[in-house]
Design a protein around this ligand. Structure first.
Ligand code: NAD
Length: 472
């Protein structure tokens, strides 16, 4: 009998399993993916998501930098060449290093690793099937961490030849001359950037009229201009109506303002969102169900409607982000062990790993206006940051939003160099309930790009030193 069975070994599952075991609970982690007889741990993030995409984002950034910017520094190099197979080999090596790292962590934490497909019979019984056998495991608690998969659309069926999803877009054997992307969400922008930097002519077709509606509007406006300048041809209000793949090309039909247009690409990436993955997960009798969008319903503590069955990560409501998933895994493990841990859902940061990066945490101006909260803002452009100029990375800005009356920080938004790390400092500040004044009174090392956060916090109360303060 286990105390906890975790189904899925992505950032939600393996983290939940490790913490449960650390807390003295007898824990198993079941993973259905396997390669060469070994479980393929780490889920989407490590195998086909965050990590391989970041490996390619880094490689392609180095190439584009060598091609376009080294000469700015007075460094002359002959035109760099791309070796895609070596780039992919490097990416695959990083993935396998990290996935075997997860196996090592589970082992070190005495988590039983089980390979097979899990089916929940009831809150105390999980059936596991692999190539060798089907067995019934007994447990006191179940944590579902089965993740998500790409949404497929009937008008652009993935054929893994010319039409691919986010997984296929990490495996191209050569740089497509022309690349279409459906969806200007995070995946479309990150993967579009990879191939654009490597030389593809990229066209993004986005159905909505708004670009990055979840970001602060000044951030999305600036990002839109900058990415178009970089060569991502982002077209809003374009509804794809058909994508027809022939031997070598894909022809895409789309509608904009009632007019039909057609474009032809060498490859097409479909990046229109992800959906929760619960295929064959429940036995009919177990009583668990999913909502109309396929999510397992849970409360703030990730408890399902069935006692002792919990669900965390992409399979439940909230942003599909690895760090949100991991923290939910930890919360649930702690709560099973009897500790009253809660998640701070208002302080989950978001990052788009383009160059420059885009990141934010907390509320943006529109969200606050919508709920009638009075606020004040301070912004600082990287063009006024000594370190950003020295590095040649002076695009973008940092914005801090604080409550008008209490000065408490309500949001931090950044577009620019190391935006993810800058916003992370805002996350820490918000976690401790800091005010803009608190951040302003904090000493930041000079010269760092983080000083832009300091100055933005000072600007909230018209006290910025390195830029004029707007009268409020
Ligand atoms: P998304 O929901 O962020 O964006 C998909 C976009 O596709 C939307 O803007 C949508 O309007 C558009 N779209 C949908 N159907 C369309 C159609 N028929 N024609 C044209 N456009 C269409 O989804 P995503 O980019 O696929 O990412 C999936 C999930 O993975 C997201 O939740 C994202 O947060 C997560 N993710 C996060 C990161 C990160 O944290 N850096 C990276 C990758 C993915």
């Amino acid at each position: 009998m286990f105390d906890v069975i975790v189904i899925g070994s992505g950032p939600a599952g393996y983290v939940a399993a490790i913490r449960a075991s650390q807390l003295g609970l007898k824990t198993a982690c079941i993973e259905k993916s396997s390669s060469n007889g070994k479980p393929q741990l780490g889920g989407t993030c490590l195998n086909i998501g965050c990590i391989p995409s970041k490996a390619l984002l880094d490689s392609s950034h180095r190439y584009a930098d060598a091609l376009n910017h080294l000469s700015d520094h007075g460094i002359k190099v002959t035109k760099p060449k791309i070796d895609i197979s070596q780039m992919m080999e490097r990416k695959n090596k990083i993935v396998s290093q990290l996935t075997s790292g997860v196996a090592g962590l589970l082992k070190a934490n005495k988590v039983s690793q089980i390979t097979g497909s899990a089916k929940i019979i009831d809150s105390n019984n999980v059936e596991v099937t692999n190539e060798e056998k089907t067995e019934l495991l007994k447990t006191k608690n179940i944590i579902i961490a089965t993740g998500s998969m790409p949404i497929d659309i009937a008008v652009a069926k993935v054929d893994n030849k010319n039409i691919v999803d986010s997984t296929g877009a990490l495996e191209f054997k050569s740089v497509p001359k022309t690349l279409g992307v459906i969806g200007a969400g995070i995946i479309g922008l990150e993967l579009g950037s990879v191939w654009s930097r490597l030389g593809s002519k990229v066209t993004i077709l986005e159905a909505m009229d708004d670009f990055l509606p979840m970001a602060d509007s000044k951030v999305s406006d600036d990002v839109f201009k900058e990415f178009n300048k970089q060569g991502l041809n982002i077209n809003l209000g374009c509804k794809v109506t058909a994508a027809i793949s022939n031997e070598k090309k894909v022809t895409v039909n789309f509608e904009k303002n009632g007019n039909q247009s057609e474009l032809t690409f060498d490859k097409l990436i479909v990046a229109v969102g992800r959906k929760p993955y619960t295929n064959n997960l429940f036995d009919e009798s177990c009583g668990l169900s999913v909502d109309q969008n396929g999510f397992i319903s849970v409360n703030d503590f990730c408890e399902t409607q069935i006692k002792n069955i919990w669900a965390v990560g992409d399979v439940v409501r909230g942003p599909m982000l690895a760090h949100k998933a991991s923290e939910e895994g930890i919360m649930v493990a702690e709560r099973i062990a009897g500790n009253q841990v809660e998640m701070e859902y208002d302080i989950v940061p978001s990052v788009i790993y383009t160059h420059p990066e885009v990141a934010w945490v907390g509320k943006n101006e529109k969200e606050l206006k919508d709920v009638g909260v009075e606020f004040k803002t301070g912004s600082f452009p990287f063009a006024a940051s000594g370190r950003a100029l020295a590095t040649g990375e002076s695009t973008g800005f940092v914005k801090v939003i604080a409550d008008k009356r209490t000065d408490t920080i309500l949001g931090v938004h950044a577009f620019g160099p190391a935006a993810a790390d800058i916003v992370q400092q805002g996350v820490v500040a918000m976690e401790f309930g800091a005010s803009a004044e608190d951040l302003g009174l904090t000493i930041f090392s000079h010269p760092t790009v983080s000083e832009a956060l300091h100055e933005a916090a000072l600007a909230v109360n018209q006290q910025a030193i390195h830029i004029g303060n707007s009268k409020k």
